[in-house]
Write a protein that binds this ligand. Structure first.
Ligand code: PMP
Ligand code: GLU
Length: 386
């Protein structure tokens, strides 16, 4: 009865594990979850107030499919201010989360026979959405000694005449790796003279700790033309439930095709979210963003130290995002079984590395308070060192 397309799609592992942990907790089990890719902070008051004001003012009707012009102007101003990128509002579409932005992009740009290069470890959703578009994922493996980053040489050898797109995630989910300007320039050089598009997922842009964030599209005019910049507010200002993401590209054909798809699927995103998002993007929430960034930085340092004190576990200190990709090779070569046993024996939920395409690791989200982090890592270490 079901289409072959949907039958081949796997459900999101990150969401499945977070849901399981929530269910176990609701049953009264002593479960601590480090599986969710979600800030534990509340949405800043200034954003909530903008949403409430939108309801009161009656902004509760359909809007233009890509979003109201004030919102797209605010996004254009943000991209100019933060990333030195010049997009006009006509080059921007807002969607129900960056996830829908990616979905729309893959649906309109990819088809059977196309190859999409994805550095591994990767966010669980990419290969599934690529598969749903009919295209094929080509993975470039990376390791912790390379800080989980691809090099120009690796990229070059993955390119074939069928390559249609490269997905770059900086900072990365699940490793937190951040590409420097120089590294991005080298990757850009490899792409010169090709028609390869770059889907640049910048969801964790605001969560960087030591080094500066560089937008791939800002590297050169060549990179600007081929890059689709994808971002949102779920992580930057704890707006996961509001469903807000956006995408920008100078490519008019792509924009028009994605507007067409969205006009026939979900139309505009929630009108109230649109007004709230303006407050998340125009600088009003900058103090809140900085407070959360500082808190995440402290938690990162704590968690990295606690894991690396164990002689069974090791982890790189990530430059960004709120994840650690913890090496368990001394303990297990089956991350799925490891995660299952850890949950049933110690009540700790983490996401197995296999879900991100890389065996021998688990992802630990440090978007929890320090006490929970201490208790959780204690249990994980007890489990590994037994
Ligand atoms: N990209 C990355 C790398 C992510 O981790 C996520 C998960 N939230 C998303 C995109 C999608 O986020 P959202 O749909 O909430 O905007
Ligand atoms: N992106 C987050 C994560 O990796 C949220 C869950 C999801 O959308 O997959 O956990």
């Amino acid at each position: 009865m079901l289409s072959k397309r949907i039958q081949s799609l796997s459900p999101s592992l990150t969401i499945a594990i977070s849901t399981l942990a929530q269910e176990l907790k609701a049953e009264g089990k002593d479960v601590i979850s480090f599986s969710a890719g979600e800030p534990d902070f509340n949405t800043p008051q200034v954003i909530k107030d903008a949403g409430i004001a939108a309801i009161t003012a009656g902004f509760t009707k359909y809007t233009a499919v890509p979003g109201i012009i004030e919102l797209r102007e605010t996004i254009a101003a943000k991209l100019k201010r933060d990333n030195a990128l010049e997009y006009s509002p006509a080059n921007i579409i807002t969607s129900n989360g960056a996830k829908q932005s990616l979905f729309n992009l893959f649906q309109v740009a990819l088809e059977e026979g196309d190859e999409v290069i994805i550095p591994a470890p990767y966010w669980v959703t990419y290969p599934e959405l690529v598969k749903y578009s009919g295209a094929t994922s080509i993975f470039i493996e990376t390791e912790d000694i390379d800080n989980f980053k691809i090099t120009a040489e690796k990229l070059k050898s993955a390119i074939t005449p069928k390559t249609k797109m490269l997905i770059l995630t900086t900072p990365s989910n699940p490793t937190g790796s951040l590409y420097s300007k120089e590294e991005l320039s080298k990757l850009g050089e490899v792409l010169k003279g090709t028609d390869i598009l770059v889907a640049s997922d910048e969801m964790y842009e605001k969560l960087v700790y030591d080094a500066a964030f560089t937008a791939p599209a800002s590297i050169s005019d060549d990179m600007f033309q081929r890059t689709i910049t994808i971002n949102g507010l779920s992580k930057a200002v704890a707006m996961t439930g509001w469903r807000f993401g956006y995408l920008a590209t100078p490519n008019k054909e792509l924009i028009s095709a994605m507007n067409k798809l969205q006009s026939q699927s979900t139309s505009n995103i929630c009108s109230i979210t649109q007004h709230a998002a303006i407050a998340g993007l125009d600088g009003s929430a900058d103090a809140d963003i900085e407070m959360m960034r500082q808190a995440f930085k402290k938690r990162r340092d704590l968690a990295v130290e606690l894991f690396n004190e164990s002689d069974k576990l090791s982890v790189n200190k990530p430059d960004g995002a709120f994840y650690l990709f913890v090496n368990i090779k001394k303990v297990s070569n089956d991350s799925m079984q490891f995660a299952k046993d850890l949950l049933s024996e110690k009540g700790v939920a983490v996401v197995p590395g296999l879900g991100f395409g890389t065996e021998g690791y688990f992802r630990f989200s440090f978007a929890s308070d320090e006490e929970t982090i201490r208790e959780g890592i204690k249990r994980i270490r007890d489990f590994c060192e037994k």
